[in-house]
Design a protein around this ligand. Structure first.
Ligand SMILES: Cc1ncc(COP(=O)(O)O)c(C=O)c1O
Length: 448
């Protein structure tokens, strides 16, 4: 069967054909295969993507909070194709211009004296290598991580992960100690920075500071709730790490590259982590690439000690060329400034939803990183879906968004508002008009 396409070119299959063949022969992640219902995607431009039949979606999650510059930017596409034509691959023992330039550029935009980078395939292996760097350079083995976190799906990264995606992978790698976050869910809310830090320090003392190599955390937590730390918290973590000789690893895989309105979320609090992990926005997902950046004192350790780590695609020239072109787009189009400006509009629109809709229990945003938490009781703040679960109403809301051409993540009792950073005010309002109508569904479930 053939279908006339809205966007002729590469696509020859219908949406249904793509979905059924993908489901038959490929495994979908984090899902029972009989339950998956993927959207067939044929093309994308700016903040929109399209099915083969031409249905348009507003990409209100930048795919996986990662296509930060927006879809289909020709500057990046051309840089990739030029690199492919010149030198598609060189092994990691070589030196290439793309690698050289990207290392130097990242040293410029990352905080403090972070000036050396190890390139990976994505976020999880950036975190894997951050653990190695921390363990090798401190000679200690334990890693502190938080419960409300996601750090990736490879063996080490999933062990660091605090959320329920970790459970099926247990027992994971040894030496990971999980800590509570300052946020305790919609019903219990936030703890002060001081009390949360006191709890962390107590754990450090109980575990033995001399055994702890690093504390990894998302400076602004991503899928576990766009959790923006109270002022003083990250500064306090930095102080505790310094006090006990523990390296601070910032996992900025999701929060980096302008998502929060700064290059890196750490910049809001002027924190310089010892290790900084990135991926996603680094290339805006045009090609897979991650990196772990390290401060001078960490890099120094490996001047005369071997770094026992490697990947066939380490410093892949096409990935590096895509990243360089992507960074240029952030700069040329002032996308980080736009994230700040549009972030102010986003936060107003979110506040408007909260004022109007009974089911909106909390809204949070920083830059263009936003979330809505839904509740079924104003009195108790009982979430619209339980922890790690779903509900009829959340499923119906997700279905409504999809029918209306709004793509975003609906998870547990929350949904995300994370558009590409090139979004305009009018486009933001267009998306919020859909959300506003959708919330009538969840409002009906509010009992008191
Ligand atoms: C904070 C954070 N760290 C790590 C990862 C893992 O990155 P990847 O899926 O590229 O391995 C993710 C992915 O969503 C993430 O959000």
């Amino acid at each position: 069967m053939t279908t006339t396409l809205a966007n002729p070119g590469a696509q020859k299959m219908s949406g249904n054909e793509i979905v059924s063949l993908s489901r038959k022969h490929t495994l979908y992640e984090w899902s029972a295969q009989s339950k998956v219902d993927p959207i067939p995607v044929a093309s994308a431009k700016g903040i929109y993507f399209y099915t083969p039949e031409g249905k348009r979606f507003i990409d209100f999650n930048s795919q996986l909070m990662s296509v930060n510059i927006g879809h289909g930017d020709e500057r990046v596409i051309n840089a990739i194709s030029d690199q492919a034509a010149t030198l598609a691959y060189a092994n990691p023992f070589m030196a290439t211009e793309a690698r050289a330039r990207l290392g130097a550029k990242l040293a410029e935009i990352t905080p403090g004296d972070i000036d050396t980078f190890f390139f990976t395939n994505g976020g999880a292996d950036a975190n894997e290598n951050a653990i190695k760097l921390a363990r090798f350079s401190t000679g200690r083995h334990k890693i502190l991580a938080r419960y409300r976190s996601y750090h990736g799906a490879t063996a080490g990264a999933i062990s660091l992960t605090g959320d329920p995606r970790r459970w099926a992978a247990e027992p994971g790698i040894p030496g990971v100690v999980h800590l509570l976050d300052p946020y305790h869910g919609i019903e219990r809310g936030w703890e002060s920075a001081e009390s949360s830090l006191a709890r962390i320090e107590e754990t450090i003392q109980l575990e033995g500071p001399q055994t702890i190599a690093a504390f990894i955390l998302e400076p602004v937590t991503g899928t576990n709730g766009v959790l923006i730390p109270p002022d003083g918290y990250l500064e306090g973590v930095r102080r505790l790490c310094d006090k006990y000789g523990i390296l601070m690893i910032a996992d900025e895989v999701m929060s980096g590259f302008g998502r929060t309105g700064e290059w890196f979320a750490c910049d809001h609090w002027k924190i310089v982590p010892d290790l900084l992990c990135m991926a996603k926005g680094l290339t805006s997902s045009y090609l897979p690439l991650g990196a772990v950046g390290m401060r001078h004192h960490v890099a120094q350790h490996f001047q005369d000690k071997v770094f026992y780590g490697g990947l066939t695609y380490n410093s892949h020239p096409m990935g590096c060329a895509a990243a360089l072109a992507t960074i240029r787009v952030y700069e040329e189009d002032r996308l980080i400034e736009n994230a700040r400006k549009m972030g102010a509009v986003l936060s107003e629109l979110l506040a408007g939803l909260q004022a109007k809709h009974l089911s909106v229990g909390a809204v949070r945003s920083i830059g263009l990183f936003g979330i809505v938490e839904l509740i079924r009781s104003r009195k108790t703040k009982q979430p619209m879906a339980p922890f790690n679960g779903t509900s009829e109403e959340m499923t119906a809301l997700g279905r409504f968004f999809r029918e209306q051409g709004l793509y975003t993540f609906v998870r547990w009792n929350t949904f995300f508002t994370n558009p590409p950073l090139c979004i305009t005010e009018q486009q933001l309002r267009e998306a919020f008009a859909i959300i506003d109508r959708g919330l009538e569904i969840t409002d009906k479930a509010v009992t008191d």
